[in-house]
Write a protein that binds this ligand. Structure first.
Ligand code: ADP
Ligand code: MG
Length: 718
């Protein structure tokens, strides 16, 4: 970004203050006139007053200058005040424009951007622009005006000497001309590195439990040190280039002064110039040089600002991807059906997440989307909400393509409960009211009652005025869900969407919230997304997704009879029973046969093995074991989900390689050997596990030694 681009970008934000800027301009002209008059007056003081001994003229000039000085100082103060108002308002307007742009960005924008980097654009980058603007008058505009006026006066005093002085100008310009573009590029680069470092810090603050659990400090520190050194390196480069700009201009100015002093003295000596003219010339020339030096010193600030503004503009000009069509209509209240018409979608051009999805959800139906993790269930919700647009096909509500209706009217029809509902750190009452701004207190409380959270809220010392804490941290997961449900209900939406609304809760809380949900879902169209089939059994229709395709649909009974993916998933999740209060679980012997390592065990051994599994509960975010630990037990997930993490060979960064859920198992190799674990496992939600220690398994296998050998043989081969 060049300097002119910087001003072009800023101009619209200063436009409302045009009148003030014009006034400031007039004051600046007055200041310029005074700055020029002061040194120029030496010509008259020396030649006409001192040399001619005219005391009256001398007094007149001095008094005149004094009055002008007082006046100009007062005006200068006014100018400072007005200018501070203009800059503060203009920067405020830029900040507001950035924030407002973000509110209308699509979700894909946020998944591409790093929040720390975005924050850096609001702080560091905008500050750089602000400080350049703030010092622009004193360091750039006034010096520029002085350079212009003084140059004219120099020519009036003696054009030969003035020309000689100006000949040095190219020297002053060459240096900055070479270094300024480089300095600007270096500054933009440095700012992006700074954004990267801030983003890393921000991520790190949120990741502390994981960092500690995995003892991940050293690789993090190592990476941070490298990034930090890179940042220091580019900071040095920016400073050096800035200094070069400043120095190269400064040395040119010194050279000019020497030339002018010599040539001027010679002219007076040889009678080509009066003494007063030389004194005035010198005085003008000294201010002119210092103005040039001011300008040169201002360049680095301007360079920083140009770098900052380039990054601010990226935010301001990033195209919004989900926009209301120019002729968008209001979607009337939902009355008939939602139609996914041959929808194809991917989050980017290369990958296809949903393909050929064609289905209808009729008004009043209660449907569920189920399928393995990553099969595209939440993506269906994203399209239903128009968080993203399909690449082909259409999503239609009552025959209206949702791309042709306003987003506001579409979302007014929908209440949604996410797996994690974001609570702002404001009172619980206002948190619920977000569902429908303008709802009365009585309506908020009615929604809370329906979500069965009213009594809990009343029991709090501050009741509805209790702040939720950062991210709702003062409430439990189940309570946050209920606030989310109250929020959704406040809209009294014809359509209710539940995206894994109870998946991260423990079994007892899940059951109680499911009961609430099925009560409030009556007389509405309910679309729920869940990997837990138990929540879907009662639905009118179940859509089964696999790899982004709709592979089956029907009622629970029909799908079980069909014997496809749903039946297989059901089998995996059944066969494990969880007690009512959710802390006990049992696995049936027949169910164990679907674990490959146990598949060959005879019936009687499985019967003995099943009761040996013991239930273990883990909270969300807990590390169950770490890559490299010696394995000593096998895990079967009764309820909950975990992620499988592996450190990459290249840089040691942990990456998620899979998500395992209800009915999945891991760590089976530990039943046979105490080989180190080949991955780390961390819970994503509250988990109830069934675990089997190797010692138990070994005791049992000692009854069938040849089987043990066979199993070992097979696993050695894998
Ligand atoms: P599910 O809800 O069935 O577990 P999702 O619909 O969330 O699955 O995800 C389907 C696939 O899309 C996954 O492979 C996931 O990695 C990918 N995905 C989900 N959200 C995004 C996103 N914002 N950007 C890129 N890929 C995504
Ligand atoms: Mg999902």
């Amino acid at each position: 970004m060049s300097f002119s681009a910087l001003f072009c970008e800023l101009r619209p934000f200063a436009r409302p203050w045009r009148a003030l800027l014009v006034l400031i301009g007039f004051i600046l002209l007055a200041e310029m006139a005074f700055n020029a008059a002061l040194p120029f007056s030496f010509k008259f003081i020396v030649d006409d007053a001192i040399l001619k001994k005219d005391g009256r003229l001398l007094a007149l000039i001095v008094v005149g200058l004094a009055v002008a000085a007082i006046l100009v100082s007062a005006l200068g103060l006014l100018r400072d005040y007005l200018y501070a108002r203009v800059t503060a308002n203009a920067i405020g307007a830029v900040r507001y424009a950035m924030f407002s742009r973000l509110q209308y960005q699509s979700l894909s924008y946020f998944s591409r951007s790093r929040s720390g980097d975005l924050l850096a654009r609001f702080s560091g980058d905008l500050n750089a622009v602000e400080s350049a603007l703030g010092s622009a008058l004193a360091w750039a505009v006034i010096p520029l005006l002085d350079v212009a006026s003084h140059t004219v006066l120099l020519f009036i005093l003696d054009w030969r000497l003035a020309l000689a002085a100006l000949l040095v100008c190219p020297i002053i310009i060459i240096g900055p001309g070479i270094f300024t573009p480089r300095a600007t590029r270096a500054s933009i680069f440095r700012r992006s590195q700074e954004g990267g470092v801030l983003a890393a810090i921000q991520e790190n603050l949120a990741a502390q439990p994981t960092v500690k659990a995995l003892s991940y400090q050293l690789p993090l520190l190592d990476k941070f040190r490298r990034d930090n050194e890179d940042l220091a390196r580019s900071t040095r480069r920016v400073s050096l280039l800035g200094a070069l700009v400043e120095r190269s201009a400064g040395s040119g100015t010194l050279l000019m002064q020497v030339i002018v002093t010599g040539a001027g003295a010679y002219l007076v000596y040889s009678g080509g110039m009066s003494l007063g003219e030389l004194v005035a010339f010198q005085a003008l020339f000294v201010t002119l040089s210092s103005s040039l030096i001011y300008l040169a010193q201002y360049v680095p600030t301007l360079v920083q600002a140009a770098g900052g503004m380039a990054r601010v503009s990226e935010v301001l000009q990033a195209p919004t991807q989900i926009n209301d069509a120019p002729d968008a209509v209001e979607l009337p209240p939902f009355s008939q059906e939602i139609h996914f018409q041959d929808v194809r979608f991917g989050y980017n051009e290369e990958t296809r997440i949903l393909d050929g999805i064609d289905l209808v959800v009729r008004r009043g139906e209660n449907v569920a989307f189920v399928g393995p993790s990553g099969s595209g269930k939440s993506t269906i919700v994203n399209l239903l909400m128009r968080f993203f647009d399909p690449q082909a096909g259409a999503v239609k509500y009552d025959g209206h393509d949702i791309c042709s209706v306003t987003q506001k009217s579409l979302r007014a029809n929908i209440g949604i409960v996410f797996q994690e509902n974001f609570l702002f750190n404001i009172s619980l009452r206002e948190n619920i009211r977000i569902g429908r701004l303008g709802a009365t207190d009585a309506e908020v409380e009615a929604a809370a009652r329906a979500a069965e959270i009213h009594d809990f809220i009343l029991a709090l010392p501050q009741g509805y005025e209790t702040p939720a804490g950062e991210r709702g941290g003062r409430l439990s997961g189940g309570q946050r869900q209920r606030i989310g449900i109250a929020r959704a209900l406040l809209r009294n939406p014809p359509i209710l969407i539940l995206d894994e609304a109870t998946s991260s809760l423990d079994p007892a809380t899940e059951a109680s919230i499911n009961a609430t949900l099925s009560r409030i879902g009556k007389n509405r169209t309910v679309i729920s997304v869940t990997h837990r089939l138990g929540s879907a059994i009662a639905c009118d229709r179940i859509f089964v997704l696999e790899h982004g395709r709709l592979c089956e649909s029907g009622t629970h009974a029909e799908l079980i009879k069909h014997g496809g993916l749903y039946a297989r998933l059901a089998l995996k999740q059944q066969g494990i029973s969880i007690s009512k209060d959710g802390d006990e679980a049992k696995v049936m012997a027949a169910r164990l046969r679907s674990v490959p390592i146990l598949a060959d065990l005879p019936e009687n051994l499985l019967e003995k093995l099943a009761p040996q599994f013991c239930p273990e509960e883990y909270p969300a975010g807990r590390l169950i074991f770490q890559e490299g630990d010696a394995g000593d037990r096998f895990y079967l997930i009764a309820h909950g989900s975990v992620e499988v993490l592996r450190a990459s060979a290249a840089d040691g960064e942990l990456a998620r390689v899979a998500v395992l859920q209800d009915g999945d198992h891991f760590g089976e190799l530990a039943l046979l050997t105490h080989a180190p674990r080949n991955a780390s496992i961390r819970t994503l939600s509250h988990c109830l596990m069934l675990t089997l220690p190797r010692t138990h398994f070994k005791t049992l296998l000692s009854q069938a030694p040849e089987l043990h050998e066979r199993l070992l043989e097979r696993y050695r081969k894998d």
